[in-house]
Design a protein around this ligand. Structure first.
Ligand code: EPS
Length: 353
């Protein structure tokens, strides 16, 4: 059974985004300012689109926290979509407001439109776009910011960086790469890296496929919109065994490593080294210079739907990946150490160290 669980809801242009998080022990400080800083980080980054100029994502904590501390009860978060003001009629939940305004039927290749509309039997592709939009990642970052505050109390911290944007691997070239794509009405993906340090040894397990932490992290990161591959540590392709594996030495009676090719995971468990996760994001599939496609209503060849889009959201993706991994790690900590309150967990985690 999972210990730290959450569900999110909300459409991109609906009233807002909601999450209910279950399993947070009592006594943890939850600072809304920190959540808002994380939300701001997700909104920033070179190459973001017009929507980010409309929104100032701000969290409202609706339950589970009193005077800044968790109660052990479910924590509910809400983020208002400011853009809803412009979509009130189009995104109305009331049957009387039915309109075809803003409906569209030209599939965007690379997006959820095609398979989603067939699966859910929807003629208006907006009914798929609204939930498949990366807008939902705002709430995932807010949930991750709650998880990060739990990890922080346990001495676990995180950082991330961009390794590549488009073809550019030098950070000084990233902006030019994005400008060129933007001028061409095109989009760009890239590669990110997230590092967590301070993790106790033995999170995850080797005993079952579904308890291996590398598998759990890969799932959490792979399911971020537009992610196409996930790596833990250095990609081992082309290394020999003697080159790749991190040899062990003794220092003051403790086992140490001089390298971390494994990225902090061996046998599906944390080994005390930094957890290193890398992921590749594809270019956003909503293009100003539309791709060739098919119209689902007329069944004629046409050009894909375009409303607006980001040229590049790789920086935002790194923030989302940090958040997703934070949630996986909190779950693993609760599975290993248990406990209903901060004091109980702190005692157990510190005992292991
Ligand atoms: C996003 C909100 C969306 C997009 C983007 C990410 O808002 P809108 O559709 O109103 O422009 O900007 O999502 C996509 C490009 C996509 O294809 O899903 C956000 O909040 O991050």
């Amino acid at each position: 059974m999972e210990k730290f669980r959450f569900l999110t809801s909300g459409e991109s242009h609906g009233k807002g985004l909601t999450a209910i998080i279950e399993g947070i022990p009592s006594g943890f400080d939850i600072n809304p300012d920190f959540i808002n800083e994380e939300l701001k980080r997700r909104q920033q980054g070179y190459g973001r689109g017009a929507r980010m100029k409309i929104e100032t994502d701000t969290v409202e904590i609706l339950s589970g926290v009193r005077f800044g501390k968790t109660l052990g009860s479910p924590v509910t978060l809400f983020i208002k979509n400011k853009d809803f003001e412009n979509w009130e009629k189009i995104m109305s939940t009331d049957p009387q407001d039915y309109t075809e305004d803003k409906s569209f039927s030209a599939y965007r290749p690379g997006h959820a439109d095609f398979a989603g509309s067939i699966k859910y039997n929807q003629k208006d592709l907006r009914n798929i776009l609204e939930r498949s939009s990366a807008r939902q990642t705002a709430m995932e970052v807010a949930v991750g910011a709650v998880a990060k505050q739990i990890l922080d109390k346990l001495g676990i911290s995180c950082s991330s960086k961009i390794l590549q944007i488009g073809k550019a691997v030098n950070p000084e070239d990233f902006h030019q790469e994005i400008d060129t794509a933007k001028e061409a009405g095109d989009t760009l993906g890239g590669k990110i890296e997230v590092v967590y340090s301070g993790l106790p040894i033995g999170l995850g397990s080797h005993v079952h496929w579904d308890r291996k932490l590398d598998g759990r992290i890969a799932q959490a990161v792979m399911s971020i919109p537009a992610i196409k591959s996930v790596e833990i540590g250095d990609n081992p392709l082309g290394f020999t065994g003697s080159e790749y594996h991190d040899e062990m030495y003794l220092e003051d009676g403790k086992v140490i490593r001089k390298t971390n090719h494994a990225g902090g995971l061996e046998g599906g468990m944390t080994n005390g080294e930094n957890l290193v996760v890398r992921a590749v994001m594809k270019p956003i599939p909503t293009l100003r210079k539309p791709l060739n496609t098919v119209d689902s209503k007329s069944m004629q060849e046409t050009q894909a739907h375009f409303e607006r889009s980001d040229t590049c959201a790789v920086e935002a993706c790194a923030v989302v990946a940090e958040a997703r991994i934070a949630c996986v790690l909190v779950n693993e900590i609760l599975l290993k150490f248990g406990g209903d309150s901060l004091e109980e967990i702190l005692k157990r985690v510190n005992c292991e160290r």
